[in-house]
Design a protein around this ligand. Structure first.
Ligand SMILES: [Zn+2]
Ligand SMILES: [Zn+2]
Length: 168
């Protein structure tokens, strides 16, 4: 089976390859996942950690405009994004984009753009904030504000007490 051959990356040499579980141990990165990649006209398996880090490096070197452009051009059409919005928040991509545009891409609380990056080094979309009891979408928040509300268990009494505490 030619297809289940280790790729030619001698640096990130893989051992303990499990093709079914798609896992291996890389000489440099340690335990990792296998990524199947085309090399010439053959497929090989490569260290996923190494591939992700290379992408991450590349994305991190790009300016904010590049991220924004890529987001509008590419991520907007992503099937994963579409189904995740629909399934988690019952929101269509169009509805999200409308909200996003109305906010100029800024967080509804702190009015700052998102700065948190995903595991591939791309700046994230604003998070969809929803009420955990009713499931209703409240708005779009940056990761920090969204986590902030979550840390206060969405409890307005705690938040008011926190403001009073900070202003005391
Ligand atoms: Zn590696
Ligand atoms: Zn914010």
């Amino acid at each position: 089976m030619e297809i289940t051959k280790q790729g030619k990356n001698r640096e990130h040499y893989l051992t303990e390859i499990d093709y079914d579980a798609r896992t291996a141990v890389c000489r440099i990165c340690g335990p990792t996942k296998l990524t199947r990649k085309k090399h010439g006209n053959k497929y090989g398996f490569y260290c996923n950690t190494n591939i992700l880090n290379n992408y991450k490096d590349y994305y991190s070197r790009q300016p904010a405009e590049w991220h924004q452009e890529r987001r509008l051009k590419y991520d907007g059409r992503s099937i994963a994004r579409k189904s995740s919005l629909k399934c988690k928040y019952n929101l269509t991509v169009e509805e999200y984009d409308e909200m996003f545009k109305a906010l100029d891409g800024l967080c509804q609380i702190c009015r700052n753009p998102e700065t948190e990056k995903d595991r591939t080094g791309v700046i994230k979309w604003l998070a969809v904030d929803h009420c955990h009891t009713t499931g209703k979408v409240r708005g779009l928040l940056c990761a920090q504000c969204n986590q902030g509300l979550g840390n206060y268990r969405d409890n307005t009494d705690y938040l008011k007490a926190a403001i009073a505490y900070l202003e005391a």
